[in-house]
Design a protein around this ligand. Structure first.
Ligand code: NCD
Length: 308
């Protein structure tokens, strides 16, 4: 049985297969309309979500399956004090696969040790968010082709931004990818990511506080929201939240074929005027999230398509 807790649980060829399957689904959705007939996905969201939960649910419906679950811890037995392990043991009696989001780092990993069905980490605290990374990779592939040799700027809250941690882990495995880490000093990429992923893998990267300076060399600009819910005090959040605001003026400094991604939700970090720029890929990215989750559900359930 396979789980997806960390993006590194998937090899590069496995990721490439999932992206290729997602492209097939986009090309011929009808071929996949019954693949998950009589299968059930449980979405257990102990933390708020719009895109991730709804795209998982839409994905399962489009595969002909069904969905059950909850969208806040308050409406589950967690509010009565039930442990994650017990909740998972129960839900794995009712569902064939589980997507789970939790504010505690490592909770999906603990869940996977107790589960009788595949667990997908749909975000654990400030740690990882592997299915967002699959979404990001599919988007970059569809927008720009190959990953090799790309210069990827990650901007904003690199400390608490779990999407950033997973994306760096995944893209570090493709040849010649270079990262530009753009953040205020307090929101730098955690040392464990810098040491264990970038330094250990001999990956080229630079750190800067200036988005304007970084802009001209980027092929991808990955904007992120300052993660309010992970701050210990509001004053720090208020001081840091508007560190970077992407505007059409700043877009004028970028390459003509650069792409802007954002996992969303955006708060203030991209002005709506940028939405009209063809290089703004974040709404296309949200759509890709549904297709790549279809491909992931099929892969973890061992389903390959038409012959099922
Ligand atoms: C991200 C998350 O939950 O980490 N959202 C998402 O899943 N698309 C990013 C964020 O909340 O800022």
């Amino acid at each position: 049985m396979r789980h997806l807790i960390d993006i590194l649980d998937l090899s590069v060829p496995e990721i490439d297969d999932i992206l290729a399957l997602a492209e097939n689904i986009i090309a011929s959705p009808d071929d996949f309309a019954d693949v998950c007939r009589r299968k059930k996905l449980a979405t257990l969201f102990f933390e708020p979500s719009t895109r991730t939960r709804l795209s998982f649910e839409a994905a399962m419906y489009e595969l002909g399956g069904n969905v059950l679950g909850f969208s806040e811890a308050q409406s589950s037995s967690a509010s009565k004090g039930e442990s994650v392990s017990d909740t998972i043991r129960i839900v794995s009696c009712y569902a064939d696969i589980i997507a789970m989001r939790h504010p505690k780092e490592g909770a999906p990993m603990v869940a996977s040790m107790k589960s009788g069905v595949p667990i997908i980490n749909a975000g654990d605290g400030g740690h990882n968010h592997p299915t967002q990374t699959l979404t990001d990779l599919l988007t970059i592939r569809r927008e720009l082709g190959d990953f090799s040799g790309l210069t990827v700027g990650l901007c904003g809250d690199l400390k608490f931004g779990r999407t950033v941690h997973s994306l760096i882990g995944a893209m570090s495995r493709y040849a010649g990818v270079k990262f530009v880490l753009i953040s205020p000093d307090e929101l730098r990429l955690p040392e464990y990511n810098r040491k264990e992923v970038l330094d250990a893998g001999n990956i080229a990267y630079a750190e800067t506080a200036s988005l304007e300076e970084a802009m001209p060399e980027l092929d991808v600009l990955y904007m992120t929201r300052v993660q309010k819910e992970r701050f210990f005090n509001e004053a720090d959040y208020l001081r840091l939240r508007d560190s970077y605001i992407l505007t059409p003026d700043k877009m004028a400094l970028a390459k003509k074929d650069m792409r802007v991604l954002h996992p969303l939700p955006r708060v203030n970090e991209i002005t709506v005027a940028v939405d009209e720029d063809p290089r703004a890929a974040y709404f296309r990215q949200a759509l890709n999230g549904k297709y790549v989750r279809m491909a992931l559900i099929m892969t973890l359930l061992g389903l390959t398509g038409k012959e099922n």
